[in-house]
Design a binder for this molecule. Structure first.
Ligand code: SAH
Length: 212
């Protein structure tokens, strides 16, 4: 997702209390940031934040951190959060490969990846958020029983991700090629912006949940 460059977006982000500005200060201090020791769930590549805002509203006992690399996109999430002021939601404007700078070992209970960029060229495979390289980063920040939940409508990316997870020794807790027809997995399913768009076009949504 890339929006037109919005004038002043960096300034607005810089002034927002909901954005973590110094990620190097974060590892080991998330309890202080949120003012409690509730579990931390993160979404990497949050886009405009629809999914996380909804989860944060529904689950006040969980702390959510949304990670997004583009200021112009993050701005949309900040605007919504300014209206709602959910105490259990924060944002990081960050390139996901730096995850280990923001979270210490075992600090994250769950990672959501929703409709991640496919990077279809082989030479860009390492950039896919479900590559072995990224799975190793998740391994570093997830707690022992932590999990990664991945949704996409892109079959090639989904199959690549399944292989990467198996190859790296992760266990498959759930897997479907048509989420919206799986009653059990649909319980509590929160639709992301892309999920709404692509399922409305008739594309089946694939989902897996993995843990180590
Ligand atoms: N999760 C949202 C948006 C999907 S689009 C939804 O399902 O509706 C993918 C988003 O991930 C884009 O906003 C893109 O900027 C962001 N993104 C992609 N690669 C990223 C990376 N390496 N680090 C941080 N954000 C990333």
């Amino acid at each position: 997702m890339r929006l037109r460059n919005i004038k002043g977006s960096r300034e607005i982000i810089g002034a927002s209390d909901y954005v973590i500005h110094d990620m190097d200060q974060c590892p080991g201090r998330w309890g202080e940031i949120f003012g409690n020791d509730n579990p931390i769930h993160i979404e990497i590549g949050m886009g405009k934040g629809k999914f996380l805002l909804e989860l944060a509203r529904e689950n006040p006992g969980i702390n959510y951190v949304g990670i997004e690399k583009y200021s112009s996109v993050l701005l949309r999430a900040i605007e919504k959060q300014r209206e709602e002021e959910l105490p259990n939601l924060r944002f990081l404007r960050m390139e996901a490969e730096h995850l280990g700078q923001a979270f210490g070992e075992g600090e994250v209970q769950r990672i959501y990846l929703n409709f991640s960029d496919p990077w279809p060229k082989d030479r860009h495979a390492k950039r896919r958020l479900t590559s072995r390289e990224f799975l190793a980063r998740y391994d570093g920040v997830l707690e022992k029983n932590g999990s990664v939940e991945f949704k996409t409508d892109n079959r090639e990316l989904f199959d690549f991700s399944l292989e990467a997870a198996k190859g790296a020794g992760w266990k498959l807790l759930a897997c479907t090629y048509d989420l919206h027809r799986e009653k059990e997995l649909m319980e509590g399913n929160v639709m992301t912006e892309y999920e709404e768009r692509f399922s409305a076009q008739g594309n089946p949504i694939h989902k897996f949940i993995i843990c180590r």
